[in-house]
Design a binder for this molecule. Structure first.
Ligand SMILES: C[S@@+](CC[C@H](N)C(=O)[O-])C[C@H]1O[C@@H](n2cnc3c(N)ncnc32)[C@H](O)[C@@H]1O
Length: 385
């Protein structure tokens, strides 16, 4: 069957790589989506394993429609008992971009009515809508006069991993964190450092990757578990096969630090919900006093962005960060995620790469700084000056 994994802008290629690794077939990259072919086993596996997907959809039907009446008629042809029973709650979500509808939520209301009418006619019972935690989630995608109706196999978005107990003020979305780690090209064989880790999203996602443990290992609920065709044994087998024990000794260090003691307590609490044992650690430290582990590695950080143009404290953070990279990080590839393009200049290092990503609605740059050991001449020609 055709399956569609939704993601965030900029992470389509890393999601496609994850799918290749899982053995998905006929992978096709789109805008914030990656399509592939797979069976029920692949559907359950992708929900558990994909670190950079927001949700996994199964398209039910694609069709063209003339107008509102025509769309309503198409919805009335569906056999909804294939996807749910009337005692389950449901929700309809999606995206509409069509001149036919000035109120973009209207097609969702039409599908909701079609589902309620279908079960009322069939068994005299209308299933209830639940927008917060529905058993079954339908997704509508309308572009001009083309409509695709899908069923969402994940339900709550997959960044709700089930391990986050507490956060700081501006936590990274877990899918963004995993995507950034993949984009950085970290080899999972050398040190990983975050000097402004907040509640620990980047080091935790890094530790899950390095230990080969699915990011969703602590998540208990997926919408496919409420489908009439749910194969409990198949899911149990897939879950049982997934590694749940961390490697005894990774042979390198994954560490997060932050100046705020309260968020470090939250980071430690978040780790407790995961089978990561001692493979990741957190400390309270101003980054200016931090000493990254020897032998180099990858450093990724998500400093405060600063909201006001006259926020000079933020400018100092970026200036100090540049000095810290130069003095304390030889042998490291340092990456910074920020939406503050003026503050970036204060790092006073030339980035070797810039990647545009979104953190929520904020357009950000993810910039790479190569901090070589020794002089540039030594690095380039392998000789001492
Ligand atoms: C945007 S938040 C990081 C959020 C984090 N990535 C997460 O997922 O929770 C920025 C963090 O930088 C920390 N910070 C600011 N200045 C710092 C400094 N000089 N040393 C260490 N941490 C600092 C703040 O305490 C805050 O937790």
């Amino acid at each position: 069957m055709k399956i569609v994994a939704k993601t965030l802008y900029g992470f389509e290629n890393v999601l496609a790589d994850e799918l290749k690794e899982l053995g998905a077939k006929s992978i096709k990259i789109g805008n914030r989506v990656v399509e592939f072919e797979g069976d029920k086993k692949m559907l359950y596996t992708t929900n558990l394993w994909l670190r950079t997907a927001i949700s996994i959809l199964v398209p039910i039907k694609s069709f063209s429609f003339r107008d509102e009446k025509d769309l309503k008629r198409e919805f009335s042809k569906f056999n909804f008992s294939q996807y749910m029973t009337p005692n389950k709650t449901f929700a309809v979500k999606g995206a509409v971009n069509s001149p036919e509808f000035s109120y973009t939520k209207y097609p969702m209301l039409l599908l909701k009515d079609a589902i309620a009418d279908f079960f009322n006619d069939k068994v005299g019972q209308r299933p209830s809508v639940d927008t917060k935690s529905p058993h079954v989630v339908f997704d509508i995608h309308i572009s001009q006069n083309d409509c695709t109706v899908s069923i969402n196999s994940s339900g709550a978005p997959l960044f709700q991993r089930g391990y986050r107990k507490g956060t700081g003020l501006a936590p990274l979305n877990e899918v963004v964190a995993a995507g950034l780690i993949y984009l950085s090209g970290w080899d999972m064989k050398s040190n990983f450092v975050d000097i402004m880790c907040g509640s620990g999203t980047l080091p935790i996602e890094a530790a899950l990757m390095a230990n080969g443990i699915p990011s969703n290992i602590s998540r208990k609920q997926y919408a496919f578990m409420n489908w009439p065709d749910f194969d409990k044994q198949l899911w149990q087998d897939i879950y049982d096969e997934a590694p749940k024990v961390p490697k005894r000794d990774l042979g390198f260090t994954i560490v997060g630090s932050d100046t705020d003691g309260d968020v470090i307590l939250k980071a430690r609490d978040n780790v407790k919900a995961l089978p990561l044992s001692k493979t990741v650690s957190f400390e309270v430290k101003d980054f200016k006093d931090a000493v990254p582990p020897e032998d180099g590695g990858t450093l990724i950080c998500n400093p405060p962005y600063g909201e006001r143009l006259d926020d000079f404290a933020i400018w100092d953070v970026y200036k100090d960060m540049g000095d810290f990279f130069k003095k304390q990080c030889p042998g490291y590839t340092c990456w910074v995620l920020s939406s503050n393009f003026d503050a970036f200049k204060r790092i006073e290092l030339k980035p070797s790469k810039k990647i545009q990503v979104y953190n929520g609605s904020l357009s950000c740059d993810f910039r790479k700084y190569d901090i070589f050991k020794g002089s540039m001449i030594e690095h380039k020609y392998g000789v001492k000056k």
